[in-house]
Design a protein around this ligand. Sequence first.
Ligand code: MOS
Length: 753
Amino acid sequence: MTSNIQDFRRPEGGRYVGSAQRRIDGKLKVTGGARYAGEFPAPGLTFGYVICSEIAHGRITRIDTSAAEAVPGVIKVLTHLNRPKVADEDKKYQDQTAPPGSPMRALGDDRIAYSGQPIGLVVAETFELARYAATLVEIEYESWPHKSDLKAERAAAYEPKEKRNGIAPAPPPRGDVDAAFAKAPVRFENEYRVAVEHHNPMEPHATTVIWGDGGKLTVYDKTQGVQNSQNYVTGVFGLNKEDVRVISPFVGGAFGSGLRPQYQLYLAVMAALDLKRSVRVVLTRDQMFTFVHRPDTIQTLALAADRDGKLQGIRHDAVAETSTFEDYQEVVVNWSGLLYDCPNTKLTYELAKMNTYTPGDMRAPGATLGVYALESAMDELAYATGIDPVDLRLKNYAEKDENEGKPFSSKELRACYAKAAERFGWSKRNPEPRSMREGRELIGWGMATGVWEAQMMQTSARAALKADGTLEVATATADIGTGTYTILAQLGADALGVPIEAVTVKIGDSSLPKSPVEGGSWAAASAGTAVQAACYTVREKLFNAARTVEGSPLANFSIDRVVFGNGRIAVDGDPSRSVTLADALAASGQAEISAEETAKPDPETKKKYSGYTHSAIFVEVRIDEELGVIRLTRVVNAVAAGRILNTKTARSQILGGVVFGIGMALHEESLMDKELGRFMNHNIAEYHIPAHADVRDIDVIFVDEHDDKASPIGVKGLGEIGIVGTAAAIANAVYHATGRRIRHLPITIDKVM
Ligand code: MOS
């Protein structure tokens, strides 16, 4: 019976945790049963259409809405001239993920800080009417010179004075990097650039505000954090928490775009309060290119090494774009001091102000860029020293976090290299560029390392078991496609020995127990630990109740001797010495037994250990020598991320991350027209993303990694590690195939030819 023990803390785990489980919300999603923020109905619903600025910098000199307002069915056109005052006019309120600075509030005044800035909202009885009326609004501008070329702004780059909450600044220099470079027999420096990318989740940003009795608002918002959106609405509009409920049961992808409350939320709430009516604002695909994006970043990376490939010095400098009003920051260069053992490092991170919207977090923000540069440079070092790329990485393997001088909570990166190399067949590689071909195709094999933070954040959860054996677990976190619903059901089912079908998971509602935004790959470790803790408390309460049942066979046993399962609590799993859950509940005198718990990271462990996930990624490209067309034919990605709760949804996370990396390496590129200061290809016809034909065989390996420090449930997180390293591996494979080192992503045909 021991295999049936439903205690996750036991090494054999439970029945569900660690197995491949289908998404419990999958059926709703594929049958249209799942409702998204822009789909919730309301009586008398009105529709807002956003008007965006056509200039990048300047002011609005005239705005005439009379023709638009004359259209029957148009209710109101809000602009900076007639918008209601908000409680937070001085913009003191900062949401959970906001960078330092003064946040942009739509329709604030006549000033324009970037092209695409929302400057008006047409509210009408239908979306089509609102969109039509928007074309009738007459706007005149006074244009001022704008900053839209990062290269030109580089000279004015500065180190951010105020650090962004939760973002580690560049670490201080280590050793003497100049001396190391002066002495080293092998040394080089290169510049790396990655195109700006815009988030394009399937679900565009959308908010439906339902005006209820007494002005209470129910807000369906596309967000990664319902309580962050709730706090934003109450903080900015001066409302009470009891009067604003934010709900987001399903999120059609987000990738970081839903971390900050976006302007459609602000505008929809403003209009609803003004009109005392329900309002929906959905952004068009074009308008998805008017806010958050991965920041344009110029990186300079220099390596110094001995002839045998031992690293002696690393310099990594990044200059990243930010807006004129906020200092967005992410961790770009720190990885170069972390990933390899190197005595001398100097890493700097600076910002340059541009007339764009403030960039934001996009899947593995910072690491995606920084590790691309580092892992490309490591490939160059492999060629400069004639050492195999995997051997070079093993030679410089970091046994501890040199940035912080701490051991890792766990690090099975060696096993990642070994398993992925073997599965890929790396030993058959001829390192010579252009040496492998088939017909007119050049074949390239490349590899890279991935690394991302393993974090846990304070999160609360509630669990309730009912007499009919059903369990409800609840916390305000989100499922942005990651599989949160399913892993929470698995954890709950195992903790209380109920079938997964008996578990209801409630998330994405601001009225549920407190959770941070779902991001940073921390949701599984954080919400998972909280749900398990709440379930364990229910388990204890049930056990105690079961002992009070008349003649209870459990009376003389402690909780670790009993097994929860099949509707019973049984000594050693023996049904003849058991109490049914129904009897235990009856003895408690309650209809259900519930508990709420808060899980927090242990501060001592956090102080002592560094927590990171790692990966090794190997890819094959085939390049048509005459046409320059690159096909990515094979990917093997071995990931060490602690305990894997659900091998099926975990694999999906890595697949999605790798596809994101393919887009970054080969397709995605938001092109700035420097004359107009605006992104020109603001649609999916001209902004290319990988299609089915671009994604072939992706093989995901999860390496065994035991970690009892990163989080109490052994989970390190998976949402982001899949993208990190992917682009470098592809660029390295392109070099191997062609002998061309391309340091500016995406690698398009023109760069290969
Ligand atoms: Mo992630 S970029 O924290 O959604």
